[in-house]
Design a protein around this ligand. Structure first.
Ligand SMILES: *Cc1c(COP(=O)(O)O)cnc(C)c1O
Length: 398
């Protein structure tokens, strides 16, 4: 693998990280290596690879230079040792958890993590004798009181999925680790991307990404990534290999291709989202906007201290819970699509049911929780689309 210069700035890593044109006839982008069988020139070479199976080309399932290109660039961005590509973001979460838990272990999981993370813990890990306990990230240093001798993993996500509150990652990690030296801290780092938050610099051991979102960036591939420390890489990668976890080289290629323009895209997503957040805040139909980059947001100070940017995804609460009115708003939109996932170039808007495990500040409030992804369109057009939507909402209520 190519050696990397650790002092390079993020935008330089995005353009040059994991690329080695000289190794590929001068071609700018690494080629797509489609592979299952890899032929060895001698018994000696074949046996040599067995000693370090994840650094040389041995078999398609373990990864190819196409995967390494993406893995190396993302590891360099986050100051990690190496990273592992997976078939989806959820595949990255389950692979990371599965690599480190055994029957009898206890997990501490932030209550506002991506919902399928909870489903995996409660429906799959529970069956294998692993018990998950959920905590409100506002607990801060109090997390230490929840750590038991059996606690193996602390699972975080910043900001929380749908609720967008900001956990104090360094405080939670250092407080929990002070109680146990076998604790592995993991974070779902999809929202800030490798560009806007580097969890490994704050004591986290594994940083997990739904690369499906901004890394791929064009809503056309499923892909996950886990950035590991030197201590966690081998157990993680060995587990991924043992369970047959792998991403297609074509999708890994789309990931490395998307990475090259991610900084430029994110700047526009960030500016557009902030513009729309400010506009929404002033609308009479809105009860609250949840976006940690807004100065009055409860998570703003932590966001400003730990992150160096925001993406295009945030939440807001409509005052009404009139389902027909919300449906009228959503179904007439011409630019905002209704659909899962986010991080592509297009804008999206979804309405959610209340979730009982959301942090305290959501409990007992009425209204409708909305999640918006601000794409790369002109914000004047997006505002006009939403404005017409609010007219339909009002008409349906009266
Ligand atoms: C979408 C998402 C995932 C899952 O990623 P997939 O590639 O869809 O499996 C995980 N975490 C977060 C925060 C997400 O938004």
């Amino acid at each position: 693998m190519m050696s990397s210069n650790k002092s390079r700035k993020p935008d330089t890593v995005l353009t040059h990280g994991g690329r080695d044109p000289a190794a590929h006839h001068g071609i700018v982008n690494p080629p797509i290596y489609r592979a299952s069988t890899v032929l060895f020139p001698s018994v000696e070479v074949l046996r040599r690879g067995e000693a370090d199976p994840f650094s040389t080309m041995r078999y398609g399932r373990y990864g190819t230079p196409t995967h390494w290109s993406l893995e190396q660039a993302v590891a360099e961005l986050e100051g990690g040792y190496r990273s592992v590509t997976t078939s989806s973001g959820l595949g990255a979460i389950t692979t990371a958890l599965g690599a480190f838990v055994s029957a009898g272990d206890h997990l501490l999981i932030q209550n506002s993590v991506y919902e399928p993370t909870r489903v995996y813990a409660d429906r799959v890990l529970a069956r294998m004798g692993v018990r998950a306990e959920y905590f409100d990230p506002g607990i801060g240093a109090g997390i230490a009181d929840l750590v038991r001798p059996q606690t193996r993993v602390l699972m975080l996500e910043a900001p929380g999925s749908l609720s967008f509150e900001m956990p104090d990652v360094p405080l939670l990690v250092s407080s929990a680790k002070a109680r146990s030296d076998r604790l592995i801290a993991m974070i779902d780092n999809t929202w800030p991307t490798p560009l806007y938050f580097q969890p490994l610099k704050h004591g986290v051991d594994l940083s997990i990404h739904a690369a499906t979102k901004y890394i791929v960036g064009h809503s056309d591939a499923m892909l996950g990534l886990i950035v590991a420390t030197e201590e966690t890489f081998l157990p993680l990668k060995s587990h991924a290999a043992m369970i047959g976890q792998c991403a297609s080289p074509d999708d890994a290629w789309l990931g490395q291709r998307g990475l090259r323009s991610m900084s430029a895209r994110l700047k526009q997503h960030q500016a557009g989202a902030l513009h729309l957040a400010e506009w929404l805040k002033a609308r009479p139909e809105i009860a609250k906007v949840m976006h940690p980059a807004l100065p009055e947001d409860p998570g703003h100070a932590i966001w400003k201290r730990d992150f160096c940017g925001a993406c295009g995804l945030f939440g807001f609460v409509l005052k009404t819970d009139n389902d027909a009115a919300v449906t009228a708003l959503l179904e007439g939109l011409s630019l905002f699509g209704m659909g899962y996932s986010w991080g592509g170039y297009e804008s999206l808007l979804l309405a959610y049911q209340w979730k009982p495990y959301h942090p305290d500040w959501l409990k007992g409030e009425g209204g409708t929780l909305m999640r918006i992804h601000v794409g790369l369109e002109d914000t004047d057009d997006l505002i006009a689309d939403l404005e017409a939507g609010f007219e339909r909402l009002k008409a349906a209520i009266s």
